[in-house]
Design a protein around this ligand. Structure first.
Ligand code: HEC
Ligand code: HEC
Length: 375
């Protein structure tokens, strides 16, 4: 910023000096003209040939060399300062985008003199996702199996870590098209909403500005599911143990268990937005446990195949930047133990409550029998 300002001042200074010189020359010429009896230009005597070809010519050439040197130095200075100037310009534009995004994200109304006034350009993401993106809830009407309308409270996820689990492109797609069958509407014009592309970019800039760092997110989540050992100063103790089921409920169930988001959960891993993980589905999709761990760590990508027959859409988040590897492994082991039927209703043989987490080694984890699939 300071460097760019100096450059600006120098440039303005040069222009002012040039203008003054031009003005002086001009007045000089005018005064000169008035002083003498006018002589036609073509009759004015000029310098002698030998002066013209020696001193005068040399002086002109010297002036040319000096000018070229000056321009050369000026170019070098501009070249050297350009990256800083660009970075400063980017920062300034980004700050403005964040400020505009904060309006999009913020409340829809403000109270002036006791009267509510609508705020132009506000889409009130905060009413569901929390003022600081910490997560919240939305009122929503679902249609039950018997066709009745029912009011429910639907948990809205935190957004202050959304860019740790999704790429910027994926977030752009979610904001533009929303998530069908949930309270998250399509906001972008392309999805039938009222938000311009500019507003979506501004919102993403704002979301970027409120993101937790990877370390903050991991520290915040490290206690979830911790049943033995401790996590202090970024270090997990050697005796630490995680409960995969608790972690699954906190981070995965909203997409992988029908009804979880509105407090009417069906069988764990029964699907929903994401596929069902029951009936040994994980074992079939990922015969090797490491491949499933990698998938949960990185998430899916649009049109990139995964596992044995998976086709990524970019909708499965990656958890490697917000959960510890030990947590991901515990969740994956839990998912691989979900052997009940694929269906949503909790079958009699549901293993969730009483079966200990499997601790078989990866080599033994090949499916030994056909998964127990119910029609
Ligand atoms: C009416 C409530 C509501 C409003 C308003 C709302 N959202 Fe959402 N949003 C939700 C819910 C609920 C979900 C989770 C849906 C689900 O269960 O899959 C969600 C999901 C998301 C996700 C995906 C996060 C994830 O990890 O799955 C993003 C990103 C998002 N919203 C951004 C926004 C932005 C940006 C705005 C404002 C322009 C906004 N939302 C406004 C309710 C809302
Ligand atoms: C925002 C919703 C969402 C959340 C949260 C989520 N998933 Fe997913 N998951 C998906 C979707 C959607 C797919 C399907 C792949 C795709 O569309 O790219 C998927 C696929 C999967 C698969 C592959 C299933 C198969 O048979 O193809 C596994 C395993 C999985 N998720 C595990 C997890 C775990 C573990 C967590 C929590 C740490 C989690 N998911 C959280 C949406 C989600």
């Amino acid at each position: 910023m300071i460097v760019a300002n100096t450059l600006m001042t120098v440039t303005v200074g040069i222009v002012v000096v040039l203008l003054i010189v031009a003005l002086l020359v001009f007045t000089g010429v005018m005064l000169d003209r008035r002083a003498k009896t006018p002589v036609p230009a073509n009759l004015k005597p000029f310098v002698e040939d030998d002066v013209l070809e020696t001193t005068r010519l040399e002086r002109m050439l010297q002036a040319a060399v000096v000018t070229v040197l000056f321009l050369g130095v000026l170019m070098a200075v501009i070249f050297a300062l350009e990256p800083t100037r660009q970075a400063d310009a980017y920062e300034e534009l980004n700050e403005k985008a964040v400020a505009r995004g904060a309006i999009v994200y913020g409340p829809a109304e403000e109270i002036i003199d006791g009267e509510p006034h609508a705020i132009a350009g506000a889409f009130a993401c905060q009413s569901c996702h929390g003022p600081a993106g910490e997560g919240g809830a939305a009122a929503y009407t679902i249609t039950t199996e018997t066709g009745e309308q029912q009011q429910v409270g639907w948990t809205a996820p935190a957004l202050n870590d959304v860019l740790l689990r999704y790429s910027e492109d994926e977030v752009r797609t979610i904001i533009t098209y929303g998530r069908q069958g949930t309270p998250m509407p399509a906001w972008g014009e392309a999805g039938g909403g009222a938000m311009s592309k500019q507003q979506i970019e501004d919102t993403i800039a704002f979301l970027e500005s409120i993101q937790l760092t990877e370390e903050e997110a991991k520290a915040q989540n490290a206690e979830v599911g911790l049943v033995a050992g401790s996590y202090t100063n970024g270090e997990l103790s050697d005796d630490a143990e995680y409960d995969g089921a608790a972690l699954f409920d906190k981070f995965c169930a909203r997409c992988h268990t029908i009804g979880f988001s509105y407090n009417q959960p069906e069988a764990p891993g029964s699907g929903g937005f994401g596929p069902s993980l029951r009936g040994g589905a994980s074992l079939e999709q990922f015969p090797k446990i490491e491949d499933q761990i990698t998938f949960v760590t990185d998430g899916s990508e649009w049109q990139v195949a995964y596992g044995v027959r998976g086709q990524g859409t970019g909708r499965m988040p990656g958890f490697g930047l917000m959960l510890l590897p030990e947590q991901i492994e515990a969740i994956v082991r839990y998912e691989r133990s979900l052997t009940g039927g694929f269906e949503g209703t909790i079958p009699a043989d549901d293993t969730r409550a009483d079966e200990p987490q499997s601790d078989v080694t990866p080599a033994e984890e090949q499916p030994q029998e056909t998964p127990n699939v119910e029609e």
